[in-house]
Design a protein around this ligand. Structure first.
Ligand SMILES: [Zn+2]
Length: 172
């Protein structure tokens, strides 16, 4: 069996500017260093994935069609730079704040629960112990560590462009 290694990225605040409950494509803005880091990891043989909590669906701010549209758009923006994201995983649920009964759920996919990473691992034969997780929330780091990924914290001062790239080479 052929195993692959993955780089998982949170979306809002990690790859793109964090706009609370982003609901218009014009609000999408790729953050500094994201293109460069994704490109670097892709060249090292990592397959790229997005794993994002989107409780804005449960809260009634936008629907799943909008998320799919936003992810198609984002996928194209990165493709224009030669970067291929294998798949975008999202969780539309919320355990308490949902205005729609079908989205009211303590979901196994909602980070820090590991559902999205485990699903990706199953779908793509990913070796999680050789994989990386990047995110701007403590829950991103928790979920990454909980499945055995080396995990990296992103914030407005320490964004993708500030990582010493040798860290990733040593983890292969
Ligand atoms: Zn969910």
């Amino acid at each position: 069996m052929n195993w692959i290694k993955a780089a998982f990225f949170d979306r809002d605040g990690t790859l793109i500017k964090d706009v609370p409950y982003l609901s218009d494509l014009s609000q999408i803005e790729i953050l500094p260093g994201a293109i460069e880091l994704c490109s670097f990891l892709q060249n090292l043989g990592f397959k790229l994935f997005v794993v994002t909590n989107q409780s804005g669906v449960a809260r009634g701010f936008f629907d799943e069609n909008f998320i799919k549209e936003a992810h198609n758009y984002l996928k194209k923006l990165f493709l224009n730079k030669g970067i291929f994201f294998e798949r975008f995983y999202y969780c539309p649920h919320h355990p308490t704040k949902s205005v729609k009964i079908e989205y009211l759920k303590n979901c196994f996919c909602r980070k820090p629960n590991p559902g999205m990473l485990l699903k990706a691992a199953h779908d793509f034969n990913i070796d999680l112990s050789k994989s990386l997780m990047f995110g701007d929330k403590l829950t991103d780091i928790q979920v990454g560590l909980s499945v055995g990924c080396k995990s990296f914290y992103i914030n407005e001062f320490f964004n993708c462009s500030n990582y010493d790239k040798f860290e990733f080479q040593s983890s292969i």
